[in-house]
Write a protein that binds this ligand. Sequence first.
Ligand code: ATP
Ligand code: IP8
Length: 254
Amino acid sequence: MILIKAGGSAITDKKVPFSIKDEALAELAAALRDTEEDVVLCHGGGSFGHPLAARYDVCGAITSKTQREGVARINVAMRTLSNRVCEALNEGGVNAFALQTSAVMTTREGIIDWSNDDLIRQTVQKGFVPVLYGDAVHDAALSFSILSGDQIMLHLARTFPGSRAIFLTDVGGIYTTDPKEDADAQRIDHVTFGRLPFIEAGGSGDVTGGMRGKLNEIARFGDAVEMVDIIGLGEPGALARTLRGEHVGTRITR
Ligand code: ATP
Ligand code: IP8
């Protein structure tokens, strides 16, 4: 199984609310259409989820009327983004089938405590690409919480042993520092899971922790997968090459 997280930075312009990168989605569709592998796709919140989470303070316990309005708006926004992703995949010849994350996963204090893994498995077995996404989900302690696509990926990696995991962002890998802030940042070709917590990475102001949160989550993949690749979706052919096993961006191993 190949587990792919299409980062919000890869498929949307995070500086422009509710914007989509159509060319990136077409690139994603082309790569998935041409692979024989079973794939589960998960995408992030990008310009649809994160600005709403920040504006309505959807973080920690959901107790206020404003936060509940935020949860409701995120629910719609993420279904809208998921529809746009699935439409682009269907147009590009990939049978994508969206699974609304808040209907198939729940959390307790922000950590997944239930997931309908059988439905995800069945969707793959029937010849579809299940599409999950970071979402506002029911939480047993907090009422609702923002579940990141990165945590979903960790759950999937543990659920489907022997998988490969690929993360798509807008910068093509992990760098020594944020390449958008530091012109001298160097791409790191290879790193071990254990070194990830020591890499300098920004939080982007996202409620799910940005690149810092992502690296902390991926550091925990080592017990579930042999390798994780982080690559750029905007680089033509990069995903297709990675799916064929080539080392394109940053490769993380044990
Ligand atoms: P989303 O959470 O919306 O799905 P994403 O998964 O695409 O987003 P981001 O949290 O936006 O990921 O992280 C990608 C961004 O992290 C890049 O655009 C880059 O500017 C920033 N970044 C910060 N530090 C680093 C680093 N050391 N290496 C690479 N990128 C970094
Ligand atoms: O973008 C968070 O998921 P992520 C999704 O994968 C929302 O961190 C709703 C902000």
